[in-house]
Design a protein around this ligand. Structure first.
Ligand code: NAD
Ligand code: MG
Length: 285
């Protein structure tokens, strides 16, 4: 039995993209708890949004399972350095790749830099995302709609296209979707639409890449306690965050990373085209 934090949470509004070190309670990315057992020995992983939240938990887990990791992030240099510190403490290498994935050049450059340093990509985790809450349709700026699609789904297409030539048979692509993919929260309209697109893109890409032996899956987290939440939701929403789930609390990033390990490791060798929920009991069918 784990004793993770439950609502109510304190008000703590931040600006996008958020700073994990200022969150209270501090999200648990497995820094002091995740135990590896060689399940990803000598693999090379590229993780977008790897500085904080779910991406950091995946980076820590992968490193402790024996992988070297490259992490892309917007501009949260302190959070990224903290992730790198944990990766290096596990005896693995960490390449830091800051920059805006709304730009095509940045999508191509994170793949190039990773291949330059490590020679190939075995596991690609497309996990970076932008969201913003709005109460009405009229409130959503047109530019923000386009930006949300650029970062969340167009970047994913570009990164996959650039990475696949460097991925051998047995490699794995894991895309972070959301429970919003089929149960859209109306205040997150553009974001939820991109998450539906990600789930669909993943299912199609798995069929396209099957003959090359590359597996593709998506993960659909429910409410997870990360900087994304405190930088894009109101204090009122933050206060009760995760309360509506059957477990009555948000998940911590470390509770999401084990599924990324399964999907990224050779143990997942027949798992492709699937969507995994990590939802605290909220059904996804
Ligand atoms: P997070 O804020 O820790 O991670 C998101 C990361 O995306 C950021 O660290 C940031 O560096 C990166 N990013 C944002 N805009 C970018 C840009 N323009 N260019 C490059 N990088 C950019 O939050 P998280 O909750 O761990 O998010 C990880 C993934 O999990 C996202 O895809 C998110 O949609 C998904 N998710 C989160 C929840 C939740 O409740 N937290 C629920 C379902 C899905
Ligand atoms: Mg961050």
């Amino acid at each position: 039995m784990t004793d993770y934090p439950k609502p109510p949470f304190k008000p703590q509004q931040q600006t996008v993209p958020g700073d994990q070190s200022r969150m209270d309670p501090y999200p648990d990315c497995g820094e002091t708890t995740y135990k590896g057992s060689g399940r990803m020995s000598n693999k090379i992983a590229l993780i977008t949004g790897g500085d904080s939240g779910i991406g950091r938990a995946v980076a820590i887990a992968y490193a402790r399972e024996g992988a070297d990791v490259a992490i892309s992030y917007l501009d949260e240099h302190e959070d990224a350095k903290e992730t790198a510190r944990w990766v290096e403490e596990a005896g693995r290498q960490c390449l830091l790749l800051p920059g805006d994935l709304a730009e095509k050049t940045q999508c191509l450059s994170i793949v190039d830099e990773t291949v330059k340093k490590f020679g190939r990509i075995d596991v690609l985790v497309n996990n970076a995302a932008f969201q913003m809450s709005h109460k009405t349709l009229e409130e959503i700026p047109d530019e923000e709609w386009v930006k949300t699609f650029d970062i969340n789904i167009t970047a994913m297409f570009r990164i996959c296209k650039a990475a696949v030539p460097h991925m051998a048979a047995g490699s794995s692509i894991i895309n972070t979707s959301s429970v919003n993919s089929d149960s859209p929260k109306p205040t997150l309209l553009p974001y939820a639409a991109t998450k539906g697109a990600i789930a669909n893109f993943t299912a199609g890409l798995a069929q396209l890449l099957g003959e090359r032996g590359i597996r593709v899956n998506s993960v659909a987290p429910g409410p997870i306690w990360t900087p994304l939440i405190v930088s894009t939701m109101t204090d009122e929403d933050v206060k009760s965050f995760g309360e509506e789930t059957p477990l009555g609390r948000p998940g911590q990033p470390v509770e999401v990373s084990p599924i990324y390990v399964l999907l990224g490791s050779d143990e997942g060798s027949y798992i492709s085209g699937t969507r995994y929920g990590v939802t605290g009991g909220k059904p996804i069918l």
